[in-house]
Design a protein around this ligand. Structure first.
Ligand SMILES: [Mg+2]
Length: 339
């Protein structure tokens, strides 16, 4: 049976404005794909991140231009399909991810198997964190209250009022915190001071403390830092991983950076080979993207798969999130359906 592909833009809104060191948004436009063989639909999602690539309108243009080539790609030869996607769409990792995910979902439905089983993963995994974006100090109590069910919080820093943010958070909660600076500390001295300070605040690790192009400084910081360092903006694609040895302790893998599940699985293997701790993360995404990455959840030491629970209008349902516990089903493929 020949394949058909449909796409649409969906606007997803966050419960709170989502602000990090370099951007602030209260909604995101994501591109949703439906790849059909006539009997089954494979779902995929592109949540383009401005840090890395073009926006959703450009993604639609690429889909229109290359639709015929897409429909000739293999459903079961994942490696060759991924190579072809990288050649077809070198400027959009999120579109690669959306298509790779849709093909994997269709493959899972045709074979009747949940993808986590196909990937050799386990159903049980560690708790996911819940993200607290940057905001005015006055909003922090409401955010901490919204996050009440979640035992682990991930805090966005990298501002000129980081100490005030932490003080406001610590006035509300003594939960374990993870800190993501999103490249916000620009000098080694600032980063050293930050790492030393946060080590006294019951913080578990420090994510991307400095700009990705200051890798030498990050390696120096690691020699000094009492906290483990996790790469994110530095760990985009599989080929980035070997070069991070010595500069980081952990690798944050995201579908929208690496181009999909095929490459994410590859990054898991490479991280293990180079003895990095594995973190699985996300952009602000619907339950399609989150359910896809959750299939690899058991490989991770740290999970940050909360993009869907930050939303007020997730159009899909897939994996459950019960107070940070992500629950994979035995449904074939991603286990995702429209709400
Ligand atoms: Mg990050």
């Amino acid at each position: 049976m020949s394949l058909t592909l449909n796409w649409s833009i969906k606007r997803i809104t966050t419960k709170f404005e989502f602000k990090i060191a370099r951007s602030a948004e209260s909604y995101y436009d994501v591109v949703i794909l439906e790849l059909s063989d006539g009997d089954n639909i494979g779902y995929g999602e592109a949540a383009p991140c401005k840090r890395y690539e073009v926006g959703p309108e450009a993604v639609l243009g690429m889909l229109t231009d290359k639709k015929d080539q897409i429909l000739t790609l293999s459903i079961e030869d994942h490696e060759n399909r991924q190579s072809a996607l990288e050649q077809l769409f070198p400027d959009s990792y999120s579109l690669q991810a959306a298509l790779d995910t849709a093909f994997w979902d269709l493959y899972g439905k045709q074979t009747g198997i949940a993808l986590w089983r196909t990937f050799g993963a386990q159903q049980k995994m560690v708790l996911s964190s819940y993200t607290i974006g940057i905001s005015d100090l006055s909003v922090i109590p409401a955010k901490i209250e919204e996050a009440a069910p979640y035992p682990i919080l991930k805090i966005k820093l990298g501002t000129d009022y980081d100490h005030d943010i932490m003080r406001a958070i610590r006035a509300e909660t003594d939960k374990v915190l993870r800190v993501d600076v999103n490249e916000g500390w620009k000098t080694l001295d600032d980063a050293k001071r930050g790492a030393e300070w946060l080590a006294q605040e019951n913080v578990e690790f420090l994510e991307q403390p400095m700009p990705a192009d200051q890798l030498d400084d990050i390696a120096k910081l690691r020699e000094f830092s009492p906290l483990p360092l996790v790469a994110d903006e530095n760990s985009v694609r599989p080929e980035d991983i070997p070069g991070l040895v010595g500069a980081y302790d952990g690798i944050n893998i995201k579908l929208m950076k690496c181009g999909g599940l095929t490459n994410a699985r590859k990054m898991v293997d490479l991280s293990q080979k180079h003895e990095f701790d594995i973190m699985l993360g996300c952009m602000v995404e619907t339950s399609i993207g989150i359910s896809a990455m959750s299939q690899l959840g058991s490989f991770a030491r740290w999970l940050d798969l909360d993009g869907n629970v930050l939303l007020s209008n997730d159009p899909y349902q897939g994996v459950g999130n019960d107070s940070g516990t992500i629950m994979l089903s035995d449904l074939p493929g991603l286990g995702v359906s429209p709400r």
